[in-house]
Ligand binder design. Sequence first.
Ligand code: AMP
Length: 438
Amino acid sequence: MSDIPTAPPSGFRDFLPDASSLRGRAIETISKVYRSYGFSAIATPAVEDLAVLTGKGGGENEKLIFKILKRGEKLDLSQGPKELADMGLRFDLTLPLARFYAKNRGVLPTPFKAFAIGPVWRAERAQKGRYREFIQCDVDILGSESALCEIEVLSAALSAFQALGLDLPAVVLNDRRILYALLAEWKVPDEKRQGLCIILDKIDKVETSILKQDLIALLGHANDHVEQFLLAGQIDEELLLKVAPEPMQRLKAIQKALRDLFPSPVEIKPNLVRGFDYYTGPVFELRRPGVSGSLGGGGRYDGLTEKFGTPHTPACGVSIGFERLMLVLEESGAKKTSGPDAVMTIFSEELRPQSLRIAHDLRSNGLSVDVYPGEAKLKSQFKYADSRQARFALVLGPEEASLRKIKAKELATGAESLLEFKELVTALQHAQTLAQAS
Ligand code: AMP
């Protein structure tokens, strides 16, 4: 027995064919929706220079970077830990996008609407719905200050849930400027803001009684306003409009537009704080009861690309957390199957070329056909077709060949039919359409 572990490291996962197939289809659906909104796909590398990933407002995530040791001659162990690494795995898709934009903006349209779907890495403590490697699906608009950007990126994300047949998540909106204006109104000193945001960020994870104690420890005394409005989440829209009229009006415009388009709840909650410091305006989260943490999040980050040397570029985006979306999709009973439309059996060596030709022509007609990869009795080949969850097993024996037909056995029912090639294409396409609709 080898002592090399076969399980991936904690927080990393293997995906079996059925799960991979469902994930692949979900990514295709999300990409299609993002494209339908006019976003163009871009891709950036997994690895970025540490200078890109650090000091740009990534908040706590900067502490979770998987760093890559310098290699070869560059690695000098005597230089101390700070000098040991020069690159890291990206922990989100926003910083790489800001760098990408700074590098390529000369050839990009303005405003620029981009989408990116890919893995990111964070050295988190792994648990259900929280991994060290996970996929994010981001849409962003760079180069426009309009609230239409927030409306479009959030609409694209909600439409992706709709296209996957899922109930829509709730949208929660806020703007740090509203929170800070409230704190000023309640005479909370500016230097306590950061600590308060850390407390508010734990609302869904930690009991209120503990948060109240943390609050007293931070402020040196109890503060009824903070408790009532921020911890307990009571909302007084008039007060919000009074203390922060411009940010509130913008949020209300976003809220109205989304409510007009989608049946999902859209709420303004001044206690929503997002971990990233690069946000400069509205921030948002997609939430769903029963799912711990958010299904997606985003906001406006107007100053970020400047840190990579561009002139002022307003920007905003949203990121769907693909792994949590997959948890919801799996719970919804979405069918997982990686099976092909048919398995083409090989009756004999003489008939192999004709069987390969049939498989080839079926594939050209958009069908997935798995040719049995080996030599075996028909019975074993049928067994293989079953294990592959194929819809049909196809046989071209001497009898079928002499009739210029193919035998198609529907594996779910055992029904057999003798079909000409064209009839076979129609039958398989029909079965494929039914399976996709079910
Ligand atoms: P963030 O980049 O932190 O704003 O996260 C955006 C979305 O990514 C969240 O709403 C989550 O759905 C998802 N997400 C964040 N961290 C993790 C993680 N460790 N594992 C799985 N999904 C995550």
